[in-house]
Design a protein around this ligand. Sequence first.
Ligand SMILES: Cc1cc2nc3c(=O)[nH]c(=O)nc-3n(C[C@H](O)[C@H](O)[C@H](O)COP(=O)(O)OP(=O)(O)OC[C@H]3O[C@@H](n4cnc5c(N)ncnc54)[C@H](O)[C@@H]3O)c2cc1C
Length: 289
Amino acid sequence: MGNIRDIFKTKDKTFSIELFPPKTEKGYSNLMGTIAKMAALKPDFISCTYGAGGSSRGKTLDIVEHIEKEHNIAAMHHLTCVMHSKDEMESILSDIKSRGVDNILALRGDPPQDNPDWMPGENNFKYSSELIAFIREKFGDDFTIGVAGFPEGHILCPDLNQDAQYLKGKVQSGADFVITQLFFDNRDYFEYMGRLKNIDVTVRIIPGILPITDYQALLRFTKLCGASVPDKVHKIFEPIQDDKEATLKAGIAFCIEQCERLLAAGAPGIHFYALNKIHPVDEILSAIC
Ligand SMILES: Cc1cc2nc3c(=O)[nH]c(=O)nc-3n(C[C@H](O)[C@H](O)[C@H](O)COP(=O)(O)OP(=O)(O)OC[C@H]3O[C@@H](n4cnc5c(N)ncnc54)[C@H](O)[C@@H]3O)c2cc1C
């Protein structure tokens, strides 16, 4: 239905929103209401994450199909290959295709908490680049394929030039575009763009942006994913961490400024890590669009 490659043909900048599958029935029905409100903001696409080790298999697909069919908005299914065999991946991809979803964010993922030592065998993919090549081999150009990029380097690959080479490998395997890990210092994004340009990576690198709404949650999350928190962020949010309203207000102001600067300097849009909430993305989008 909504193929992101076609959207790129007509738009220089895209605005997109990322959701995750809730664990409870109540969370799921709340999310349906949130998606309806998000649809009214007319994002170019909405993506839904895939639980580690395939734990959200089925739910992610239901959500992206709902976004496409009920709201007529392009949806992107995140898909990780950790713990799935190649045959399973082919069957999951066939399901996604048959349900009318044309966009995949192809990822390696990480082993789940209850199986942290899982290692890929002969019948698994080791890296996302292998999954991307497999999708192209089995499904041709049916899917638009996005991949993850890491402006500060992936947590397991602190060598920034090596990390950029791995990203190039994903593009050479068939990826159409990149969404970045969250970052709070725009210099990280622009330096990343510079490294990628030097090695002839020319696909869109869409900044992934997290509006700050909770200082302690931010510290926990950035520690897990390896993104750094600049002094400027600590200085603003640490003193007001117990004041929800003040944090929300400061988070919106920080995010609007970050997005405006990225867009003014040529970023091809923004992908929001919305954490299943309509607010504050609604306010930020109306300020920057
Ligand atoms: C936008 C975005 C969305 C995400 N969505 C999800 C989600 O829905 N579900 C989820 O579980 N996780 C998600 N993640 C997290 C992601 O799964 C983890 O960051 C994971 O550790 C790496 O996935 P990848 O696809 O980048 O892996 P890869 O590209 O395979 O890279 C994994 C590691 O191997 C290294 N590497 C890559 N290629 C090679 C090579 N050829 N040789 C040697 N080393 C190599 C890389 O440097 C990196 O250290 C997301 C991340 C981002 C940025």
